[in-house]
Design a protein. Structure first.
Lengths: 467, 426
């Protein structure tokens, strides 16, 4: 290129920003179909893609005792056969268009999801309506999925990260629906029968309590017409079930749970306790607090454990709010010899954030991060669909995301201290470590009573008193 | 109504006097901009005994430069609402920042400071910390992961000692521990030069102003010596290579690898299409046979990596409880043998083609991955237009070419097999 004599740039300090460019969340369209199904949509032009999802009040929180995993298995069987198509025909129908069709459940909802090039979307909608309206629950497919899930449960019993998560939830949510793995237990999955799944489906997939979320490159009016036509024949059924009340008991002090994996190369470590519901009024200040505590690379916990002490490749903390009080957990994988020190540093950070207000600069940087990064989290149709799902599942207003940014900017140091004291409690916490018990136990014994677990058993390998 | 087979992706391309290649792609749908810098150096530039060095070096490049204190890189990017990271692969190392559009200068300042002024900030203390962090990364990703060593072992079998794809990108533990400060300096001077890199900007900016800023920040960095291409000769394997790898797992899993031509060649696209035909989706023949009908496998997958010197076509399947891993392996090899003997079902090929098209569009949604594609095509082929053209290259592949790949490259004597089995009977 042409080389004009140039001025040397000043490298001594970060360059000043240019002029800020505005951002607004895409307009949200809401409608209700004749069948009672709510539609919530956003147009995202640019690429010829569409993402369509239906969410129903059918999440794992509804799993009855003894039927752990029924929400997940029922959702998985939905697309295994309808009155018109077999399991393979359903899969082939979506895949031959270059798209996907999938069903599943998380803790809050059951879902059916499809995505494809946008000119194929009417076919996707029709398939979705057919699957939700007329699933046949074929016995052979149930048996196949049951065996697949039982094998998956076996696999989790040898995966250090799953072992840590599962043990953590069992201890923190003992006696509630959040205690079991979402996939279910070996005993419950072995026992679930077709009849109970059909009953679960009838109760938990009413159109009137469900929502259709569509994001992508489409004309909104055309999309509504297509949805109306696809769901016209689906009968409106029962009223939606009310979500169960999940109230975990408070933890008795600090307890340590070691899952014994002799010879493990590293230790998977979790520390935490029950957190908040997504509709808790403290959600936004708590999100700001968590971001600076352990939510991103420069957060206190990661800088301490990774950059200061080199115990780990990474450490993070997270609130995962659900309809009920989802977990607050600090997660990391550390060198085995550093496990005790790493756990103490995490507890130190949790105590510190309750003791003194955060630094003004730290709060400023965190707020500007969260506001600035928001458009980055909305680049794909899947990103935007996830936000619309949050609006509809938790009953938030359509202007929520505009107000969300304003609210973040207003969070104060005093508020952070207040929510830290209210929602983070390092004196009532479960510590889970998956690794060689022989090495871990002496390192962790000073924190609280230690129980050693065998990876594949619900009976403690040994119950030991603290030293 | 139909969609075009190739997306419409405009770009400008420039080369600075010092050899830095610059690609500009404007996309103002969000007020964001991403700066994506590829250095044409990866683990293939290492030598045995010092494996993992390119990746460790990537960690060091986040430890500050002359005008950027240790730990400040991430902090400066995050406090304006940006996201930064880097990654290392066999053939290249990339670094990227996505920031609000009005912070483009910040990203350029940070990237140009570490390209031009890295060495003054280098300390033994930072190297010691990052060696420990990387050893923990290896434990987390490989050694403490069920099946974690299998990919590494497959590559050791498929590529002979001395070939640069023989060793893993993250390196061996003892090699990571052995890295010295002097080696960091030499590596930087050799490979981290403007003439060995490509900078892509994608997002909301004015091209002329952005180019002027790039020239200001990067123009004064002197070029380095030209680099000889890495010689990576491959002779046929000439005999199957096998390994049984005991691990702390309950379900056995088999990994089967064949070589494929280098990324970018027409036959590479045939291999990738074959992977999509065989195992792309629930209605694909391998899923249908192994997971759905015979129920001998828990899962099955096929993939081909975009590597510059040669590629690996890999089939992976996990056995159901009580099923011998040999039964699963036989079924996978049977599918490969059929692919070598007869043309694919037209419906299967149509499914794979449509999937490639949807995937091509999906991969353009995020600015960071889009910019990464521009840097990739410019680094490997000097051809940023290749990003938009790639979907079309898949669609050109004929059914016969799938047969040609399977018949020509997937012979019994040209495969490596790693079976991961439970360490103790339980």
């Amino acid at each position: 290129m042409a080389t004009a004599p140039r001025l040397r740039v000043d490298r001594s300090a970060p360059p000043p920003p240019g002029e800020i460019r505005p951002f607004r969340f895409p307009p949200v369209l809401r409608a209700r179909l004749a069948s009672g199904l709510t539609v919530i949509a956003a147009r995202l032009p640019g690429l010829p893609l569409v993402s369509i999802e239906m969410v129903a009040p059918a999440g794992g929180q509804f799993d009855p005792e003894g039927q752990e995993g029924i929400a997940g298995l029922t959702a998985a069987v939905l697309d295994e056969g309808t009155s018109r198509r077999s399991s393979m025909e359903i899969a082939a129908f979506a895949e031959r268009l270059g798209g996907y069709f999938t069903t599943g459940a998380d803790w809050d909802v059951g879902f059916l999801a499809t995505g494809q090039l946008s000119h194929h979307r009417a076919a996707g909608l029709e398939l979705m309506a057919e699957v939700v309206a007329a699933p046949t629950f074929p016995t052979a497919e149930i048996e196949r999925l049951r065996r697949q899930r039982l094998a998956e449960i076996l696999r989790r019993g040898h995966d250090p990260s799953s072992l840590a998560d599962d043990r953590f939830h069992r201890e923190v949510y003992r006696g509630t629906a959040y205690a079991h793995p979402l996939i279910g237990e070996q005993e419950s999955i072995s026992r679930l029968d077709r009849e109970s799944m059909v009953a679960f489906y009838r109760r938990h997939y009413p159109l009137a309590g469900s929502a259709l979320i569509a994001v992508g490159d489409f004309d909104e009016e055309a999309l509504l017409r297509e949805a109306e036509s696809a769901f016209a024949a689906v009968s409106t059924s029962t009223a939606p079930p009310a979500p169960p009340s999940i109230r975990p008991a408070s933890l008795a002090g600090i307890s340590v749970h070691v899952v014994d994996r002799p010879g493990a190369a590293q230790t998977e470590l979790r520390l935490g306790h029950p957190g908040i519901s997504r509709t808790d009024p403290d959600y936004i200040p708590l999100a700001v607090l968590n971001t600076l505590l352990g939510g991103n690379f420069t957060s206190r916990i990661n800088m301490n454990l990774r950059e200061r002490h080199a115990y780990t490749y990474g450490a993070s903390s997270r609130f995962t709010p659900r309809m009920g009080p989802g977990p607050f957990v600090v997660s990391t994988a550390v060198a085995t010899a550093s496990t005790g020190d790493a756990a103490r540093e995490v507890l130190h950070e949790l105590r510190r954030v309750r003791e003194a207000p955060v630094e003004p600069a730290e709060l400023d940087e965190t707020r500007t991060y969260m506001v600035g990064v928001f458009p980055y989290t909305l680049q794909t149709i899947g990103d935007v669909a996830k936000r619309l799902e949050t609006l509809t599942v938790f009953g938030l207003p359509d202007d929520y995301y505009d107000r969300y940014l304003e609210r973040i900017a207003s969070v104060s140091r005093e508020e952070i201290l207040e929510v830290a004291r209210r929602h983070i409690d390092p004196e009532h916490i479960a510590v889970v470590a998956v690794g060689p018990a022989e090495t871990l136990e002496p390192q962790l014994a000073g924190l609280g009573p230690v129980t050693v677990w065998s990876p594949q058993s619900e009976d403690p390998a040994a119950a030991l008193s603290p030293a | 109504m139909s969609s075009p087979a190739t997306p419409d992706l405009g770009f400008e391309r420039h080369t600075l006097d010092n050899g830095l290649r610059v690609v500009l792609h404007r996309n103002a749908s969000l007020p964001l901009v991403t700066a994506n810098l590829w250095y044409h150096v990866g683990s293939k530039n290492e030598r045995p005994g010092r494996t993992g060095f390119a990746h460790l070096f990537e960690h060091m490049l986040f430890q500050g430069s002359e005008h950027v204190p240790t730990h400040e890189h991430f902090r400066l990017i995050q406090q304006v609402g940006g996201v930064a990271n880097g990654s290392t692969w066999y053939d290249r190392t990339n670094y990227y920042e996505t920031v609000p559009a009005h912070q483009l200068d910040l990203a350029l300042w940070l990237e140009s400071d570490r390209m031009g002024f890295f060495l003054p900030a280098l300390t033994q203390e930072n190297l010691d910390t990052q060696r420990d962090v990387v050893m923990n990364e290896r434990r987390q990703r490989i050694e403490n992961q069920p099946y974690g060593l299998a990919g590494e072992k497959l590559h050791e079998l498929l590529y002979p000692a001395g070939h640069p794809y023989h060793w893993p990108v993250i390196g061996y533990m003892e090699d990571i521990a052995a890295a010295t400060l002097d080696e960091v300096r030499t590596f930087f001077r050799t490979y981290y030069t403007p003439n060995n890199s490509v900078l892509t900007l994608a997002g909301d900016f004015e091209s002329e102003a952005a180019l002027e800023r790039v020239e200001s920040w990067f123009g004064e960095i002197p070029p380095g010596p030209p680099l000889p291409a890495v010689v990576a000769t491959l002779h046929p394997l000439g005999g199957e290579r096998r390994m049984v790898l005991p691990d702390d797992v309950r379900l056995p899993r088999v990994y089967i690898g064949f070589r494929a031509p280098a990324y970018g060649q027409r036959m590479w696209y045939a291999a990738d299409m074959l992977a999509a035909v065989l195992a792309g989706g629930k209605s694909s023949p391998l899923y249908r046979e192994l997971v759905y009908e015979r129920q001998i496998a828990q899962d099955v997958g096929a993939s081909v990596g975009p590597y510059e010197s040669a590629a690996t076509f890999m089939l992976v399947a996990t056995a159901r409880p009580g099923v011998a891993i040999e039964t699963v392996e036989e079924a996978l090899l049977g599918a490969v043998a059929r692919a070598a003997a007869s043309l694919p079902d037209p419906a299967e090929l149509a499914r794979a083609r449509n999937r490639m098209l949807t995937d091509a569009y999906s991969s353009l949604q995020k600015l960071d991955s889009l910019a990464d594609l521009f840097s990739q095509f410019t680094t490997y082929f000097d051809d940023p237009a290749g990003v938009a053209a790639e979907a079309g290259r898949y669609l050109e592949i004929t059914p016969q070419e799938l047969v040609d790949y399977a018949a020509g490259w997937c012979a019994e004597t040209e495969r490596a097999v790693v079976s991961v089995v439970p360490r103790q009977a339980n």
